[in-house]
Design a protein around this ligand. Sequence first.
Ligand code: PMP
Length: 283
Amino acid sequence: MTRIVYVNGEYVREEEAKISIFDRGFLFADGVYEVTSVLGGKLIDFEGHFVRLTRSLSELQMVNPITSEDLLKVHRELVQKNSVVEGLVYLQVTRGVADRDFAFPDDISPTVVMFTQEKSMSESPLAQRGMKVISIDDQRWGRCDIKTVQLLYPCMGKMMAVASGADDAWMVHDGKVTEGTSNNAYIVKNGTIITRELGNEILSGITRSAILRYANVAQMKVEERAFTVEEVISADEAFITSATLFTTPVVEIDGKKIGTGKPGNVSKRLREIYIEESLKTAI
Ligand code: PMP
């Protein structure tokens, strides 16, 4: 079935959607994106994604071209037009179209594109069996806190994982794990949830902040600090968070079992809480 997508103020069939070859998103990866999950036909953490979008744009000296109200309207319209019950809305904003030049032109209007993708998320075979990860060197740029569309290294990391029979790669910078290719990374040791502190090396996950909030409410101990691959190997359990994977257990790193080698109780519990709370607060 053909999708209805959004391009610069218009709803069109996906095969009719067009972007200029001079778009700076295409030429320079000069753009940012957001992925908002849809559960039960409603949007999870919409406001958090909007706030992060505005921040990413502002770090690249761009002004958010769309208000929260209008963005919500478009998201809802796309979900409805495409009858999405479970899946996601992808949003991309690029600096816009101009003759190729490294310097940013100052009088162009941004390109805004959105589309939906159906995806089964609440019933996840991956969450049942747990993910296998490999550790790789983090060779990304120094501003991973900005959600840019410059995702080639994470794609390569994912392919390295697939080539070695794993599901994802955890990246390592200065001996410490930064994050997964498209998710935040956690270990659990003696009941304490440990995840890297925010900074330029990682993306401030919207799911991360929700999970840390729920963990606090459930009186679970949380420590925000970087950890090594050796700590992962000796952890009781490990997991990742992202908008589309929620909380998903990690059971193996570099071919070595983590804990029992089965999904751990803390990540299972957090996944349940996350889905329950998200369904309650989705809009
Ligand atoms: N880190 C990276 C590098 C990511 O690409 C993502 C997902 N886009 C995340 C973390 C998780 O962020 P969120 O919970 O907002 O999906």
